[in-house]
Ligand binder design. Structure first.
Ligand SMILES: [Zn+2]
Length: 402
């Protein structure tokens, strides 16, 4: 049986102990000591880390009532000096005690009981047994902070299970004697084996960072103490950068961001309208050029439009092709030269030309692939240098078909 020093004094971070047994845990060496200040993962609070002699303590777990210190290397000495990582311990004390305060505050503010608790690497969550509103969340947060700032003493006592029940405290399952009770004076009492500070003030600040519906209740995410400071500093930095990026004072930031977004939507709408007009004009110009002094194209004698454009997107080529084949009976063989070569071949409804086959042959020549069905096909390849050649070949095939 290991004497757990942290139960009586969570501020003891160094100790000397005798090694009682050596074991293995998930492929790593582990030891059981006669006494320890290391907290083993339990009740939502993660394990402590630190050192035992030369070895790093990478995990601390309970196994059949024993506290197993899982190490990064074997420990040969029979006596060992242990050091618990102070920052991680303080962090866990702040988050865990903050959880006690916040959970009790939710009982007061919304009659909401905490049914689950998870102390995570960045965010801690509690799950409440009912839905709570924004106002109740802020009221509970305010109350938890008030109690923290009152610097109330935190005391630990031990009761039998019967005594605990008589006081309205449900002991952990299977525990009949030695029920550990953690009390924030005059505010909250509950059975808990975790590490807690001497006074509520060590929690610093309780900051709720998220609220979501979860399994018919509410999941509340929060950070306490130094994590609340870090989270706030991070948000302040982001806000400062937004203020600089949008050249807006803090108070106008949201309105400026909304206006910028609205302006962008309007600009995109106008650009789309202008582009359509440009493409319509381009389609008419290309058809006039293809016709020259000849007669207007007919289904029996369709126009052939062959054109290549630098920097055009596949989408613009497709819109232009669709305009061309809608304006007059025609076959359009279009190419765009950007990072890659892109081809769009199209024909007017009812014409006999097999544009998917023409396209397939052309893109294969460009070292790429593509396809389509019926009236339109598209594809691309890497050989920008062969664009003119494949267009000329496809045009020849169309002319010989006509
Ligand atoms: Zn607890």
């Amino acid at each position: 049986m290991t004497l757990r020093l942290h139960l009586d004094d969570p501020y003891v971070l160094e100790f000397d102990a005798a090694v009682l047994s050596r074991r293995e845990h998930e492929g790593r060496p582990a030891v059981v000591l006669d006494r320890t200040a290391f907290y083993a993962e339990s009740g939502g609070q993660p394990w402590d880390t630190g050192t035992l002699g030369e070895a790093r303590v990478v995990a601390v777990v309970e196994e059949a009532g024993d506290v197993l210190h899982v190490l990064d290397r074997p420990l040969t000495a029979d006596r060992v000096h242990g050091v618990v990582d102070a920052e991680r311990r303080r962090d866990h004390m702040q988050q865990h005690h903050g959880q006690h305060l916040l959970s009790k505050a939710f009982v007061e503010a919304a009659q909401a009981a905490t049914i689950a608790f998870h102390l995570g690497g960045e965010v801690t969550t509690i799950d409440l047994d009912r839905l709570v509103g924004e106002e109740q969340v802020r009221a509970a947060e305010r109350r938890a902070n008030e109690v923290a700032w009152q610097a109330r003493p935190v005391r630990v006592s031990t009761l039998t299970a019967a005594e605990a029940r008589a006081q309205g405290l449900e002991p952990p399952e299977g525990v009949e004697s030695g029920v550990r009770i953690v009390e924030a004076e005059g505010f909250d009492r509950q059975p808990c084996g975790g590490t807690h500070p001497r006074r509520t003030a060590e929690v610093g600040v309780v900051l709720v960072t998220g609220v979501e519906r979860y399994k018919g209740g509410t999941r509340v995410s929060f950070v306490c103490g130094h994590r609340a400071l870090s989270a706030t500093l991070k948000r302040l930095e982001i806000v400062d950068r937004l203020v600089a990026t949008l050249s807006a004072p803090l108070d106008d930031l949201v309105a400026t961001a909304q206006k910028t977004k609205d302006d962008l939507v309007e600009s995109e709408r106008r650009a789309k309208g202008l582009l359509e007009r440009v493409l319509e004009g381009e389609a008419r110009r290309l058809l006039a050029e293809a016709r020259g002094d000849g007669p207007a194209p007919t289904p029996a004698s369709p126009a052939l439009v062959v054109a290549a454009f630098d920097g055009w997107s596949p989408n613009d080529l497709r819109v232009l092709a669709n305009r061309l084949v809608a304006l007059a009976p025609c076959v359009a063989l279009l190419a765009g030269r950007a990072e890659k070569a892109h081809l769009v071949f199209a024909r007017s409804e009812g014409l006999p030309h097999d544009v998917p086959s023409l396209l397939k042959a052309a893109v294969e020549h460009l070292g790429g692939k593509g396809g389509g069905r019926g009236n339109i096909a598209q594809g691309g390849g890497d050989r920008l240098d062969l664009v003119d050649e494949v267009l000329a070949r496809a045009a020849e095939a169309v002319r010989s078909r006509a």
